[in-house]
Design a protein around this ligand. Structure first.
Ligand SMILES: [Zn+2]
Length: 508
């Protein structure tokens, strides 16, 4: 049996052959792996991630800003440990007496180790029923570094070229008699149970609470706990088990475009390609806007509210039908930096105390800050609803969070953000508001939305729901996934954690 250590050692030794003439050089090059060791140790210390390079993934695959904010409180300690480790390593390497080993010996060791390594990898792939090799390779250090780099280059290089020949055959069930304005807000790290409208004891949704025509859905679960895996499931037909569809098929934007809508994507999240397909899809919108402070290290004051006047002017500057997506920063860490000071309701909060190194002693301060970010999101959503309401058009505003957040549930001493699948990280808020004109035109749809208020819903159902609510169909449309349809039904909920496999979510 080859254990975790065995995998790392066989991987490293399979390259010995190339260095039989200078073993010391071999070890000097291996320093690259040592370089990342403190990083791995931190991930264990901070997040209990047992040498599982989720943090490397966060760096390489999700937003760099996200990772920077996760570790920023620990940079000095990291540098000190790294310096000490580096000195120790080179003292040891420089004392290696053997310089050269025999070619035959090196060759045998390399072939044997490479054989063992790949045999074990394929075995693990079979055991864990993972579709892609990355799913296994990503778990083992130092292989994970290579596979993460290769994978992120692949994601970065990924284009939507293969979607070019893809085409949805779209049509209206009946053409609506008037202007249509539809807004889809993608929330960030917002968990279901911290909304007052959903039963939270604190009043975190003072405005939405009083809003008419707003339905909050009770049992909605995200198909992933990372942004880059969750958002594609909302805007394309990809879902756990078929995540590749995000690169093979066009997005919901193309469907609205074909029906002569002006499509708009406003994002308060970085336009980087490590986030996979959704940035690429966003760029296919007629108007797409990303923050322009990409290279400004301090992302404070990047509040979602900055985009409200922009959205307002877009909605009022044309008489065209509009499908607008607003990708917010919502309740992303650092929570206290997500809302302006006039929303600093629950105190003490991170506006006053430094929560950059979150620990159990700061638990209440952290939760206060998180709840304030929910109050701000309540303001953002309701402002957009009021904006759309004034248009008196056939409209809906839909809000769905990409995933939840763990607030000291998994570990009462540590804040683990959304690095693990759990009820807290997968149970998400979904709100749908409809305009009066919409209600009178589509009273049936509203009736079925209400009927499904408590149904178990997967976040990927939103793709079909947004299209169904707009009275649009395409060949292959599945009404059982449209919650505004009489044919909707609840399916078992799955989530994905590496983009390839799917895991059944036991939410009860
Ligand atoms: Zn997210």
């Amino acid at each position: 049996m080859i254990s975790w250590e065995g995998l790392s050692i066989t991987f490293i030794l399979s390259f010995l052959f190339f260095f039989f003439w200078n073993v010391r050089l071999f070890f000097k090059i291996l320093y690259l792996f040592v370089f990342f060791v403190p990083f791995i140790c931190y991930s264990i210390y901070l997040y209990n991630l047992n040498l599982n390079p989720e943090l490397i993934r966060l760096v390489s695959q999700t937003s760099l800003r996200e990772a920077r904010e996760l570790v920023s409180g620990y940079v000095l300690g990291y540098i000190l440990v790294l310096i000490a480790l580096t000195i120790l390593y080179f003292v040891v390497v420089n004392n290696i007496r053997i310089k050269k080993i025999s070619l035959t010996f090196a060759l045998i060791v390399s072939i044997l180790c490479a054989g063992l390594f790949w045999w074990k990898i394929f075995q693990l792939k079979k055991d864990f029923k993972v579709n892609s090799l990355y799913g296994i390779l990503n778990q083992y250090y130092p292989v994970s570094i290579f596979s993460s780099i290769i994978q992120s280059i692949a994601i970065k290089r990924n284009s939507l070229d293969s979607t070019k020949n893809f085409h949805f055959s779209t049509y209206y069930l009946s053409r609506p008699p008037g202007r249509q304005v539809y807004v889809f807000i993608i929330g960030e790290s917002s968990r279901y149970d911290h909304w007052h409208i959903n039963g939270y004891a604190r009043n975190t949704s003072p405005i939405l609470d009083t809003m008419h025509n707003l339905i909050s859905f009770k049992n909605v679960f995200s198909g992933a706990y990372f942004t880059y895996l969750s958002v594609p499931q909302m805007i394309t037909r990809s879902k756990p088990g078929s995540m590749d569809k995000q690169f093979k098929e066009k997005s919901i934007l193309s469907i609205f475009k074909q029906m002569d809508f002006k499509t708009v994507w406003i994002s308060n999240q970085d336009e980087d390609y490590y986030t996979g397909s959704f940035t690429l899809h966003a760029q296919t919108a007629d108007i797409h806007l990303f923050p322009d402070d990409k290279n400004v290290p301090d992302k404070r004051n990047r509040y979602d509210g900055k985009y409200l006047p922009i959205i307002d002017s877009i909605l009022y500057s044309t008489k065209e039908n509009i499908f607008l997506v607003f990708h917010t920063l919502g309740s992303h860490w650092n929570y206290a930096e997500r809302y302006p000071v006039n929303f600093d309701i629950f105190q003490p909060s991170g506006k006053k105390y430094n929560i950059q190194r979150p620990n159990s002693g700061l638990k209440q301060v952290i939760i206060n800050s998180y709840d304030n970010s929910v109050i701000y999101t309540d303001y953002i959503i309701s402002s957009l609803i009021q904006m759309v309401d004034k248009l008196k058009s056939i409209s809906f505003v839909c809000y769905l969070s990409d995933h939840g957040e763990d607030l000291f549930e998994k570990d009462k001493n540590k804040l683990v953000f959304h690095l693990y699948p759990s009820f807290q990280t997968l149970h998400v808020p979904l709100f749908i508001w409809t305009s009066k004109t919409f209600d009178s035109l589509y009273s049936d749809k509203v009736k079925y939305l209400l009927r499904n208020k408590d149904s178990v819903i997967s976040s990927s159902d939103i793709f079909y729901t947004l299209i169904g609510m707009s009275n649009i169909r395409f060949i292959g449309f599945d009404s059982t996934l449209d919650i505004s349809s009489p044919y909707f039904r609840s399916y078992p909920v799955y989530y994905t954690n590496d983009g390839a496999d799917k895991t059944l979510f036991h939410y009860k």
